[in-house]
Design a protein around this ligand. Structure first.
Ligand SMILES: NC(=O)C1=CN([C@@H]2O[C@H](COP(=O)(O)OP(=O)(O)OC[C@H]3O[C@@H](n4cnc5c(N)ncnc54)[C@H](OP(=O)(O)O)[C@@H]3O)[C@@H](O)[C@H]2O)C=CC1
Ligand SMILES: O=C(O)C1=N[C@H](C(=O)O)C[C@H](O)C1
Length: 269
């Protein structure tokens, strides 16, 4: 499968270039960065630390998509929404790992999927986190909102620009699904000052940033005299890259539509 990596000089882009080179059935068709990026004209393999691979980083996305089968995109929300439309026009696979979307972006991405793109989108592409989400959903269903409070805690490196993380929101959605409520109506993303006691049934989020932490998430279910913690720690970005490439290979030949990593991993149940 011929893949275009968008944001090829970024932390995830470089990891993807490396993992694609290690993956049977996948090849790097093009490596794209934004216009004006200092990475333009560099060799993508050199940036990824795997030695020269002959793929020169460019910024012409339309030329890159000619003859490609799919795009792997860990960039920024506005970029991913725009690329979804281009993927729809060409009926391509588009794997979206980008996080931090505003309300409304889901509708635009859904429209692109209806218009012809085969999109796999997830706030976390790792097997471990997607399994964790299944466990969180089960725990939230079993432990009712009057007896157990749910809090989602995350920590990431100091360069991360969005909060709560896409993974924290994915885990919050899983908890809300287990409780059969809408996360938007029950989430508490900020606490400061005299907040009053905790409201039963809410799902709280706490965000930590610092150093080089790749990504750590805990869902805490706190009851009277007992507490359950379900956690995941990412040690290396290759877990996200392997998941994203697996998603692209899975999506090739599938009907256009919007899919999740739970679909890819057979965890939709
Ligand atoms: N779903 C998942 O499993 C994971 C998701 N992520 C998410 O992926 C995203 C990227 O993370 P990360 O790699 O750490 O961030 P980086 O900032 O390291 O990488 C993003 C790259 O995209 C580039 N870029 C920006 N605009 C464009 C454009 N128009 N065309 C092509 N490239 C562009 C940036 O260039 P420049 O710096 O010059 O602007 C940068 O090189 C974030 O939203 C993050 O949360 C990260 C890890 C796992
Ligand atoms: O920005 C990151 O680094 C990560 N972003 C994703 C998120 O927002 O959850 C996934 C992972 O935790 C790393």
């Amino acid at each position: 499968m011929k893949l275009v990596v968008l944001g090829a000089a970024g932390r995830m882009g470089r990891t993807l270039v490396k993992v694609i080179a290690e993956t049977e059935g996948a090849s790097l068709a093009a490596a794209i960065e934004r216009e004006g990026s200092p990475a333009l004209q560099s060799d993508a393999g050199m940036l990824a630390g795997i030695g020269e691979n002959g793929v020169v980083v460019g910024s012409d996305i339309d030329a890159a998509l000619e003859g490609a089968d799919g795009i792997i995109d860990f960039t920024a929300p506005a970029v991913s929404v725009d690329i979804a439309k281009r993927a729809a026009e060409r009926r391509l696979v588009h794997v979206i790992g980008t996080t931090g979307f505003e309300v409304g972006a889901d509708a635009a991405i859904g429209a692109a999927a209806e218009a012809g793109a085969t999109i796999v989108k997830s706030g976390n592409m790792s097997l471990g986190v997607n399994l964790l989400a299944v466990l969180v959903e089960q725990a939230a269903r079993a432990l009712g909102p009057d007896a157990f409070d749910i809090e989602v805690l995350e920590m990431h490196h100091k360069h991360k620009v969005d909060a709560p993380s896409g993974t924290a929101l994915l885990l919050g959605e899983a908890a809300a699904k287990g409780r059969d409520v809408a996360l938007a109506d029950h989430s508490v993303k900020v606490r400061d000052g005299i907040t009053g006691p905790r409201e039963a049934g809410t799902i709280g989020f706490a965000t930590l940033r610092g150093g080089s932490v790749v990504g750590e998430h805990s869902v805490i279910l706190a009851g009277e005299g007992e507490r359950i913690e379900l956690s995941h720690a990412a040690g290396d970005r290759s877990i996200f890259a392997r998941g994203a490439i697996k998603a692209a290979l899975w999506a090739k030949g599938k009907p256009a539509g919007l899919y999740s990593m739970r679909d890819v991993l057979g965890l939709s149940g």
